[in-house]
Write a protein that binds this ligand. Structure first.
Ligand code: OXD
Ligand code: MN
Length: 610
């Protein structure tokens, strides 16, 4: 192995604590070479990956890669939060003792990078100068060059972020070892993969994948699990799987910022990147801040502030097109440096395609390979209907490529948050929007966020799969304490944000059509929410929050069946009464849930006549 110190010295990594950490893990994992990565190395790393055919060209300045076919998504069962305190065990965090996990992972990682290069990636999950900067620095080690390319797009990468730390040891230690992907028993009783966040030691140890959140450790492991724990331990902030957008009212000059959590497949990325509907475009401009993570804290002025700690978008490709998300399409245009993973690829024309990109797949099959690299033209009759792209195939691009990215997206001060919204995909019970002005009821609403189970078999008919605040896979400490932390942080605000629950997916019970057109039209509901916050409308009280009166919703340029609109703006009391029973069971799992949350639950139940 190369002389570690000489390499780190040559690359300008001066932080002695970071050097010590690299030396330790280099000793354990045993790579042949070590290299320190900075974003300035990206062009060279791209060329090396092209030469090694780890990536292939997908148009001018665009790249394509395929992951191992059993390594295509996060694995919740293999993901663990470990600490030294058994009291940190929650319902969702899959808690294990830190000592046990560190020993296990060290064993699995020992010698596992032999023959490879270890890339040392110093990064920052914040804009430099952010009030949360001390929680944002990390050094990822990975033995996979494609992971380094992704980190360059998804995080700020440079040794400067680590050399200049006020407390030299205060970076997250994030170790990623790919492992022998063909022999890890993925999904079998002999599964060898472990994705562990040792939260009270700020150490992340991920073994056995090269894909997405399993491998890009700045994103989910640091940006969510670790940060969620740090925010609680410091009593200073919240880290949530939230999108963040801004709305500028060009007439009044007012700016609004809304953050929100949505369980997967509920349209979070599309909403984050939305544009104003054409008819409202001359008055409103929508700005993009982030599609997946927000860190939230209270500023000295008593307002809630938010920022996106990421530097890029790792978006789901499926169903992304000019209608659903035109800004995403622009952000992956030629010249953006975007990387596609596990979509379909044409080896002759270098085009890429995924389900929903166009209504039907390309007619000429010549050169097309599916996400596994199999020729589509050679498919048997049985395989003919298989998707071309993996449903979790992705595009990776930097924020600056998104055409409506906010001009202040990199401002370290963050932006004041006016509204927090929750929204799951639900065919009934949830109206278009219901606003909540009481803090405990807002937190209660987040804790009972859910989306309908994808398959009827997953649950009782009509029962949601609850995903509190859309943090179920990222929760790192017990849910009762999580609720209390939310109440404490937002409770410090002199001007708290308004809460709301939104649902773009309500259907007609008889023929199943969507009652609301969705996509860009969703802005209309958010505009109403901001008007309510400003006291310009009053809405109509319901047992589950304030609903828009029909004439309060700006419907200019939208034609919608009045009967559909009626249903969108009323609640189905019988369905809600049933829902309250499910909620009670859901909340009862959580130990130490603050009494305010139970009171909120009882208040809503009483309003529903229960
Ligand atoms: C996720 C992601 O897995 O954003 O939630 O990649
Ligand atoms: Mn996510």
């Amino acid at each position: 192995m190369a002389d570690v110190d000489a390499v780190l010295e040559g690359a300008g990594l001066k932080n002695e604590k970071a050097r010590e950490y690299v030396r330790y893990w280099a000793e354990v994992t045993g790579p042949d070479n070590i290299e320190v990565v900075s974003v300035a190395d990206d062009a060279r790393l791209i060329q090396e990956s092209l030469d090694a055919v780890e990536i292939v060209p997908a148009g001018e300045g665009l790249y394509y890669s395929r992951s191992y076919y059993k390594d295509t998504a996060r694995s919740e069962e293999r993901t663990i939060v470990a600490t030294n305190d058994p009291a940190d065990k929650g319902v969702y965090n899959n808690w294990h003792p830190a000592a046990e996990m560190k020993a296990k992972l060290t064993g699995l990682m020992r010698g596992a990078s032999a023959g490879k290069t270890m890339y040392v990636i110093p990064y920052l999950m914040a804009a430099p100068g952010s009030p949360l900067e001390r929680y944002a620095a990390g050094v990822q080690l990975t033995d996979n060059r494609c992971v380094a390319l992704h980190m360059n797009r998804m995080a700020r990468v440079s040794v400067d972020y680590i050399n200049n730390l006020a407390d030299a040891g205060s970076f997250v230690r994030a170790v990623h070892v790919t492992g022998d992907l063909e022999n890890l028993g993925q999904g079998t009783p002999d599964d060898k993969r472990y994705f562990v966040t040792v939260a009270d030691e700020r150490t992340i140890l991920h073994f056995g994948s090269s894909y997405g959140g399993n491998a890009l450790l700045g994103k989910i492991a640091h940006g969510l699990r670790q940060a969620c724990y740090d925010g609680w331990a410091s009593a200073a902030f919240l880290a949530e799987q939230f999108m963040l957008l801004g709305i500028i009212d060009k007439q009044t000059g007012k700016r609004y910022h809304i953050a929100g959590g949505f369980p997967s497949a509920s349209g979070k990325t599309n909403l984050a990147m939305t544009l104003a509907p054409d008819a409202l475009g001359s008055r409103y401009h929508v700005e993009f801040y982030g599609d997946d993570i927000a860190w939230l804290w209270v500023g000295k002025d008593g307002r809630l502030y938010g920022m996106n700690p990421e530097f890029g978008v790792f978006g789901v490709a499926k169903d992304t097109n000019e209608t659903t998300n035109p800004t995403a399409m622009d952000s992956i245009a030629p010249g953006t440096g975007a990387i596609f993973t596990n979509v379909a690829y044409n080896e002759k024309t270098h085009e890429v395609w995924w389900e929903g990109r166009t209504p039907v797949p390309p007619a000429d099959l010549d050169g097309w390979l599916d996400w596994k690299g199999h020729r589509i033209a050679d498919r048997s009759a049985v395989e003919a209907r298989d998707p071309w792209a993996h449903p979790n195939s992705r595009f990776t691009t930097t924020l600056a490529n998104v055409p409506n990215v906010a001009s202040d997206y990199a401002d370290p001060r963050g932006v004041p948050i006016d509204g927090i919204i929750f929204g799951g995909r639900t065919r009934d019970r949830e109206p278009l929007i219901r606003a909540i002005t009481d803090l405990a009821e807002g937190v209660y609403d987040g804790l009972t966020l859910g989306a309908e189970a994808t398959f009827a078999a997953e649950g009782v008919d009509g029962q949601l799969r609850y995903d509190p605040m859309s943090m179920r896979p990222f929760m790192s400490y017990p849910e009762g304490a999580y609720a209390a932390h939310w109440l404490a942080i937002i409770g410090q605000c002199a001007q708290p944000p308004i809460f709301a629950h939104v649902n773009w997916f309500q259907r007609d019970a008889s023929d199943g059509h969507f009652l609301w057109p969705g996509y860009r039209e969703n802005l209309r509901a958010l505009l109403w929410l901001m008007q309510l916050r400003d006291g310009l409308v009053t809405g109509v009280r319901s047992p589950v929050g304030i609903l828009p009166a029909e004439d309060e919703l700006n419907l200019e340029g939208l034609s919608i069946d009045p009967a559909d609109l009626d249903k969108l703006l009323t609640i189905d009391t019988a369905r809600w009464r049933q829902e309250m029973g499910f909620r009670e069971q859901h909340l009862a799992q959580f130990g130490g849930l603050p009494e305010e949350i139970w009171e909120a639950h009882r208040r809503v139940a009483a309003e529903l006549g229960l």
